[in-house]
Design a protein around this ligand. Structure first.
Ligand code: PGA
Length: 256
């Protein structure tokens, strides 16, 4: 089964709405064939709607997190219905910064994933080990805990809607550090994630679910990553903040 690559820009807490519009005007000049790759831009919440209006519809727009509750007295939270109403197509769930800084647990992330899937949007579910996990030989154990902890509670939801799930493997030690995982380290982790997905969701879903790599992806390292059999795209932080560099990543990533 061939998997259409997916490239997502995670802006994190960067860019005002006017900066976002300038970015989109530049990025929108590039023609990206939606049959060749999915492209998603994930700006901060206040810019979601403006970014949706400013980009061609073939480009997806994603939120960087979502509330686990549907509505009500949750000051500061943003519900999935609001995200969908802003025109979003995707939501990042479980980024390592959310796990580490805001104490998001696998059980909480299961609830968030369920909200995204039930709303008909695609979840970009992030997993990844820290440097000490890797040094202690715990990489696979950590990935297993993260995947099982968030996917097992929602297997019934995912069983016929796994197309709405994208997994992003992001080794925490490679995020924003300039230290990219070697292609062998990345492929090994992706292969492990795919075999874990097979155990949870069966062989057809495991073959079809896209697994992105994330962590210091740049225009000059994306090609070798994308050449690996189980790497189906990239979740890009720092290098996505410049529209030309994000476009270069997509261009280099799809032409192997
Ligand atoms: P980076 O971030 O590309 O700046 O390493 C990736 C991410 O955190 O999604």
């Amino acid at each position: 089964m061939s998997r259409r690559p997916i490239f997502a820009a995670n802006w994190k807490m960067n860019k005002t709405t006017s900066e976002a519009k300038t970015y989109c005007a530049q990025f929108g000049n590039h023609v990206i064939d939606p049959t060749i790759a999915d492209v998603v831009i994930c700006p901060p919440f206040p810019s979601l709607h403006a970014v949706r209006l400013a980009l061609p519809t073939a480009i997806g727009v994603g939120a960087q997190t979502v509330a686990n509750q549907l509505s009500g007295a949750y000051t500061g939270e943003i519900a999935i219905g609001m995200i969908a109403d802003a025109g979003c197509t995707h939501v990042i769930v479980g980024h390592s910064e959310r796990r580490a800084l805001y104490h998001e647990t696998p059980a909480l992330l299961a609830e968030k994933l369920e909200r995204v899937i039930n709303e008909g949007l695609t979840a970009i579910f992030c997993v990844g080990e820290t440097l000490s996990d890797r040094e202690n030989g715990q990489t696979q154990a950590v990935l297993l805990t993260q995947l099982q902890g968030s996917l097992k509670p929602i297997l019934a939801v995912l069983s016929d809607r796994w197309q709405q799930l994208v997994v992003a493997y992001e080794p925490v030690w490679a995020i924003g550090t300039g230290k990219v995982a070697t292609v062998d380290q990345a492929q090994e982790a992706h292969d492990f994630i795919r075999s874990t997905l097979k155990g949870l969701l069966g062989p057809i879903a495991a073959k079809g679910i896209r697994i992105q790599y994330g962590g210091s992806v740049k225009p000059d390292n994306v090609k070798e990553l994308m050449a690996q059999p189980d790497i189906d795209g990239a979740l890009v932080g720092g290098a996505s903040l410049d529209p030309e560099s994000f476009y270069e990543i997509i261009k280099n990533g799809v032409t192997q």
